[in-house]
Design a protein around this ligand. Structure first.
Ligand SMILES: [Zn+2]
Length: 391
């Protein structure tokens, strides 16, 4: 493909996204208006499938065996680029991570490529990924083989700044339960073993530990069971913690130090303690060649992508596991002014504005153009592979 041909296809991609603007905005608002939690995104999937089927797209439902995953493919040829959507919400704060925009933007990019991509240039797979906030949906899809033949995986995330290579930390979940002995809290307290005391002592130990950890690591938790009544010595308490770090070895080390905090509290109180680590979300490894291609496309659409600031992290994502397997990007595009923290009511409100939808459509164009760059550019393909090998 000559540079002139590439240019004209990119212009056509932009036109194709704009032509679908009312549908894409409506899709995003429909997902936003019905926030659904991980693995229960039935309305969100139905809305996306309806948008795809309105254009005659054959869709695979329950992709990888997950009821709220889906996939669709277009194009012919050997290269394969995946465009990833997300659409789950958070408890209590709804679409406070803006996944309604990620889902609609991915659908928009796919539909534009399906209309415009020249025959024989390569293939594009839209992958609807459930359960990003909780449950590592993409890890299930990796195990089911949806990424096995993918050359590059692209997605975007809404934020309050344009960042081409956000630091997304490795994360592991730790569930802990303390078991004590119930007794009347006033009549026979000496006969009880207090599982809530154990949890509070562990909490204090972990708070002390926080001073001693690297500045880009994170430890945070909630009490999921805290006892039943103040006149009963609590015989069972539980907590869920998330532990995050910028490398797997340190993540493992921190995990053991936190388990020691719980064990120490169990010894001090006479409780027994059970714990279980969940699956690890890997560190996001931004493919710099892909990130540069995405940034160039964003720039032609009027957005200047910048590198992350020192010490700045953006949480964690199962996209890290995808990026460990295939060359990937997970850039942020601003839908609100700084500071509008993610997972806040303010961000949920920002995810339904005209500005958010303009950014979603811009992201759809930039993702589609980047997919085109990869499929049409042997030189970029080599750069992407080299960057992946040395990451
Ligand atoms: Zn998110």
């Amino acid at each position: 493909m000559t540079p002139d041909q590439l240019e004209s296809v990119k212009i056509a991609l932009g036109v194709a996204v704009d032509a679908r603007a009312p549908h894409l905005d409506a899709l995003s608002l429909r997902i936003h208006g019905t926030p659904e939690l991980a693995f229960a995104e039935h309305e969100a999937v139905a809305a996306q499938l309806a948008t795809l089927r309105a254009e005659g797209v054959p869709v695979t439902e329950s992709a990888g065996g997950l009821p709220t995953a889906f996939s669709a493919e277009t194009g012919t040829g050997t290269g394969l680029v995946a465009i990833l959507g997300e659409y789950d919400a958070l408890p209590g704060v709804g679409h406070a991570c803006g996944h309604n925009l990620i889902g609609a933007g991915a659908v928009g990019a796919f539909l534009a490529l399906r209309e415009v991509l020249p025959a024989g240039l390569g293939r594009v797979r839209l992958i609807g990924c459930p359960a990003e906030e909780l449950g590592n949906g993409k890890v299930h899809l990796i195990k089911a083989g949806l990424f096995a033949d993918v050359d590059a995986a692209l997605m975007f995330h809404p934020g309050d700044r344009d960042i081409r290579d956000p630091l997304m930390l490795a994360l592991v979940t730790l569930d802990v339960t303390f078991l004590g002995k119930a007794a009347h809290a006033a009549a026979e307290p000496h006969a009880g073993i207090n599982a809530l005391d154990a949890l509070m002592l562990a909490w204090a130990s972990i708070s002390a530990l926080r001073q001693l950890i690297r500045s880009d690591a994170r430890i945070h938790g909630v009490v999921t069971e805290g006892g039943l009544a103040p006149n009963i010595i609590p015989d069972r308490t539980a907590a869920r913690f998330l532990i995050r770090a910028a490398d797997n070895r340190y993540l493992e080390d921190l995990g053991q130090r936190i388990v020691a905090c719980f064990e120490g509290a169990a010894i001090a109180t006479g409780c027994t303690m059970e714990h279980a680590f969940g699956e690890t979300s890997e560190l996001v490894r931004t493919n710099q060649a892909l990130a540069a291609a995405f940034a160039a496309n964003a720039l032609r659409l009027g957005r200047t992508m910048t590198s992350r600031r020192a010490g700045e992290t953006r949480g964690s994502t199962d996209m890290g596991n995808v990026s460990t397997l295939v060359p990937s990007i997970h850039p942020y595009l601003a839908i609100a002014d700084e500071p509008t923290p993610g997972h806040s009511h303010a961000f949920a409100t920002a995810s339904a504005t005209a500005r958010a939808h303009a950014t979603m459509r811009l992201a759809a164009k930039a993702l589609a153009m980047t997919a085109l760059d990869v499929l049409a550019g042997p030189a970029l393909q080599r750069e992407v592979r080299t960057a992946f090998a040395i990451r």
